[in-house]
Design a protein around this ligand. Structure first.
Ligand code: COA
Ligand code: MG
Length: 296
């Protein structure tokens, strides 16, 4: 059984934090309800502020209080001339991983892995993981290989806005990436095929929490294990949608217990409340319980 989406690496809510905004960096680093902060030096930072963002994060990240939220940095694209300096600045103890934008091939991931491993050796950081962004048709077509390119890959993240741009979709798209449902599903499949997590794109309308909730439910139903966000007001809605309810957990525990009892009797499949329970259903139930316990 794969454990993507379950314990160990809890990442339901992942917030972008503009790396040049000192106040936002400070605020995000003490948000106890947020699972993971992605301090940004890529597209959320204007080009003229990128050097500022890099040095601000270099100075602040090693000193932030731990351990929640988990700390990641979204660096510039691996092929860009900023990548090497970004890695040099932010691969430090206390940073858990990098978000790698606009990835289109497994070779890029392996190149990033070599650079990060070398820098870890120099700074004493270790075990950094990768969140890899799929933001183009090219990237999507190779997403299964990209997800499997390195054991450091923790999950795939869908970059809805860049993806829509790559497809030439109109700019007045509002909210939900419904027209991108097929691409979103493919990101989920690619991630699951490599047993890694998957995170949906952002809901851009900060004031519309109903819309956020609907979009998050759709993402969960597609199979995403979490969702990215841009404003602290969005954290609770996303956490709620990606956390099993008491009723879900209760049912899952009873399914597991009934199945284990049947196994003791030498049976492989049983009827439970009128539904067939066999191994895949039990494994899903165990995953629900593990995820629930990871959120306690
Ligand atoms: N990270 C950390 N703190 C944030 C934040 C974020 N992404 N978004 C808002 N905040 C903070 C604000 O600084 C403010 O803090 P305060 O109460 O201590 O003053 C508080 O949350 C409330 O913010 P609010 O006034 O409602 O919003 P804002 O006008 O300050 O910011 C945005 C709105 C959209 C500019 C801001 O949310 C943002 O920059 N988000 C990230 C966008 C981004 O990264 N995009 C690229 C990736 S898709
Ligand atoms: Mg992007």
């Amino acid at each position: 059984m794969s454990d993507h989406g379950a314990s160990g690496q809890l990442a339901r809510s992942l917030m972008f934090v503009p790396g040049h905004r000192e106040k936002m960096v400070a605020k995000a680093s003490v948000l106890q309800t947020l699972d993971l902060a992605m301090f940004d030096i890529e597209d959320g930072v204007p080009p003229a502020e990128k050097d500022t963002a890099r040095s601000l994060l270099e100075a602040k990240l090693p000193m932030l209080p731990s351990p929640r939220p988990r700390r990641f940095v979204r660096v510039n694209a691996i092929a860009s001339d900023r990548f090497a300096k970004d890695v040099a600045a932010v691969v430090v103890p206390g940073v858990e991983g990098l978000a790698l934008p606009k990835v289109e091939s497994p070779d890029e991931v392996r190149a990033a892995e070599r650079d990060v491993a070398r820098r870890e050796g120099e700074t004493g950081a270790s075990g950094l993981t990768f969140i890899v962004a799929i933001e183009s048709a090219r990237g999507l077509l190779r997403a299964p290989e990209i997800a499997a390119a390195s054991p450091r890959v923790m999950g795939l993240m869908f970059g809805a806005e860049d993806f829509a741009n790559d497809l030439g979709l109109p700019t007045d798209r509002r909210g939900a990436a419904r027209e991108l449902a097929q691409a979103r599903a493919q990101v989920v499949f690619a991630a699951a095929s490599a047993h890694v997590q998957s995170y949906d794109g952002v809901w851009p309308e900060i004031a519309d929490l109903d819309g956020l909730r609907r979009d998050s439910i759709q993402a969960r139903e597609l199979g995403f294990t979490g969702k990215t966000l841009i404003h602290p007001g969005q954290i609770d809605t996303i956490n709620a949608v990606f956390t099993p309810s008491e009723a879900d957990v209760d049912l899952a525990r009873r399914v597991v217990a009934a199945f284990e009892e049947a196994v003791r009797r030498g049976e492989g499949a049983i009827a439970f409340g009128g539904q067939l329970i066999d191994l895949p259903i039990v494994e899903r139930a165990r995953r629900v319980v593990a995820l629930y316990e990871a959120t306690r």
